[in-house]
Design a protein around this ligand. Structure first.
Ligand code: HEM
Length: 438
């Protein structure tokens, strides 16, 4: 999972904006940097990651519309090279590299593998899954209520925002029997996965994370090898798929598809719910309104996806020399498409930094990508966002942030969300004093 960083790496242009993609400063407030990039260097070479940062909505759309020129082969490599001890641990778990499946597949097997995923997560299946999503949501909110009663505080990001999408994903994949203890373990594994491959970590941290990723990989292999997968489950569907040469899907490819879905299918949704809840909780009235105003939870989710998408940026690599945004790029140039910058591009959205859930054309963002690789889980993520936000606001209308400090944000190149969101009940206003009877 190391990235080949040998492709063209010119020195940063003089006067180009300095960006530390891994800093807390950038993670917590990326908007000023995006603004500078769009204005002064819309296709900017970052010397640390050796990625070309693409920040204008128009340029990103162009890239996504030309998947043969801008391939996704590099999407899952580690953004920074991993050290040997971590690579050895991954190797011992049998995890060398993920073969092309969905996120990293520009070849002719992509449509074959994408077909069953589109079917499994299509609008009809998501509609049918709504009762399950509501049930899981209320069960997890019961636990949150118990936590609030017991200690007066609860971490919304590590609580319902984290557990609901894992449980929903397991149900959708046809493995709902995972015990409660497994939910936290799976979430820890996938957190480790994104931190190892999209973060800046030292040798010891890499070792710890690689251990967890290795365990995750072994679990995925067991999952993909289940002999009893129901016909209408993803694994059942994959068993019927034939590759372009007529052969069945190789086991390691089935593992890669499961890995793509387990990581993409809940990590991003958890992050979206945390970010959406945080922005709503910044103002008591907004939070309360989510459970009261019809359609608001849905629109709030959409506006979060535009302004602060959880998948903040994604990679591509050029298959030939091209000119993008006026910059000449060689073959093999690795790009980072900054979806957050696109969502706040004033050329694409009016007053883009303002949170305006009912804005016209609010769905025309790139939070779910575009074209051949557009997110097949978009409808599921939207459904989870609206159900969880509305239900949480209805059940806890007086919820507020427990501290005025800004929560810490994930410091990863492609993922962003508050990692902690301590909440509590607002104190009830004091009863007006009654004058004693005369
Ligand atoms: C808020 C939640 C989500 C966000 C922000 C999100 C975002 C995205 C984006 C931007 C892409 C396009 C990547 C590209 O162009 O290469 C994508 C692709 C993908 N997403 Fe999602 N996603 C979310 C939820 C989900 C869910 C719930 C699933 C589960 C089915 C899922 C599965 C996938 C898969 C498998 C792909 C790769 C598709 C392909 O390459 O053909 N995502 N997602």
């Amino acid at each position: 999972m190391t990235t080949d960083t040998s492709a063209a790496a010119p020195a940063a242009a003089p006067g180009a904006p300095a960006v530390d993609l891994f800093s807390q400063e950038f993670a917590a407030d990326p908007f000023p940097v995006h603004d500078r990039l769009r204005r002064s260097a819309p296709v900017h070479h970052d010397p640390v990651t050796r990625l070309w940062l693409v920040s204008r909505d128009e340029d990103i759309r162009q890239v996504l519309r030309e998947p043969s020129t801008y391939r996704n082969d590099n999407a899952l490599g580690s953004v920074l090279p991993l050290r040997l001890p971590a690579l050895r641990i991954l190797d011992r778990a049998g995890f060398k590299t993920l073969p092309p499946a969905l996120f990293n597949n520009s070849g002719d097997t992509h449509p074959v593998l994408r077909g069953p995923v589109l079917k499994l997560f299509g609008a009809q299946r998501v509609r049918a899954a709504l009762p399950m999503i509501e049930r899981v949501t209320h069960e997890e909110l019961d636990l949150m209520a118990a936590g609030l009663d017991a200690t007066g505080r609860h971490d919304f990001a590590r609580g319902p925002a984290r557990t609901i999408p894992v449980r929903v994903m397991l149900e959708m994949l046809g493995v709902p029997e995972a015990a409660r203890a497994d939910i936290a373990t799976i979430a820890d594994w996938t957190d480790a996965f994104i931190t190892l491959f999209w973060g800046r970590t030292d040798k010891d941290e890499q070792r710890r994370l690689a251990q967890l990723v290795g365990e995750f990989y072994i679990w995925l292999c067991d999952l993909a090898a289940r002999p009893d997968a129901p016909d209408d489950s993803l694994l059942g569907a994959l068993a019927r798929v034939r590759m372009p040469d007529g052969s069945p899907v190789p086991p390691e490819v089935a593992v890669a598809v499961c890995s793509n879905l387990m990581v993409a299918g809940h990590v991003t949704t958890s992050q979206m719910i945390s970010t959406a809840a945080y922005r709503a909780l910044e103002h008591t009235g907004r939070w309360r309104a989510l459970g009261r105003e019809p359609g608001l939870a849905e629109a709030w989710t959409e506006e979060t996806l535009r302004r602060e998408p959880s998948l903040t940026a994604w990679r591509r690599v050029t298959s030939r020399p091209v000119t993008l945004g006026g910059v000449d790029l060689p073959e093999g140039a690795e790009l980072l498409l900054l979806f957050t910058a696109a969502g706040t591009d004033p050329e694409a959205f009016e007053e883009p930094e303002r949170i305006c859930p009912m804005r016209e054309g609010g769905r025309a963002h790139l939070g779910f990508g575009l074209g051949r690789h557009r997110c097949p889980g978009a409808e599921l993520a939207r459904a989870e966002g609206r159900v969880v936000l509305a239900a949480a606001s209805e059940r806890f209308p007086d919820l507020r942030l427990a501290t005025e400090e800004r929560p810490p944000f994930l410091e990863l190149v492609s993922f962003r969300a508050p990692t902690r969101l301590e909440v509590e009940h607002a104190p009830r206003p004091a009863e007006p004093r009654r004058s004693p009877p005369q």
